[in-house]
Design a protein around this ligand. Structure first.
Ligand SMILES: [Zn+2]
Length: 88
């Protein structure tokens, strides 16, 4: 009889993607999502997130990030978000 009850240590696949300074981070960290207005949605993060605004091409670091048509590939700063709404 072999009671091979081996409780091996499972390989910890903890991929800690914690990045220190403002690299591109997924929108999964959004703590609040505002109503979509004219195709643009504004998200608020718990902490400032670094990204490049698709519209004004500026490197931003902010808690507020906007997306267009639900696409997470393109991120916009809240400045461009406000501008978009004002001229819409
Ligand atoms: Zn912008």
């Amino acid at each position: 009889m072999d009671s091979g009850n081996q409780q091996g240590v499972e390989p910890t696949a903890l991929a800690h993607g914690a990045q220190k300074n403002g690299e591109h981070e997924p929108l999964a960290q959004a703590v609040k999502t505002y109503n979509t207005r004219d195709g643009w949605t504004l998200h608020r993060f718990a902490s400032a997130t670094g990204f490049s605004c698709t519209r004004c091409k500026k490197r931003k670091k902010a808690k507020l990030v906007a997306t267009q048509d639900g696409s997470l590939g393109n991120l916009y700063c809240n400045g461009c978000y406000g501008q978009h709404l004002s001229i819409a």
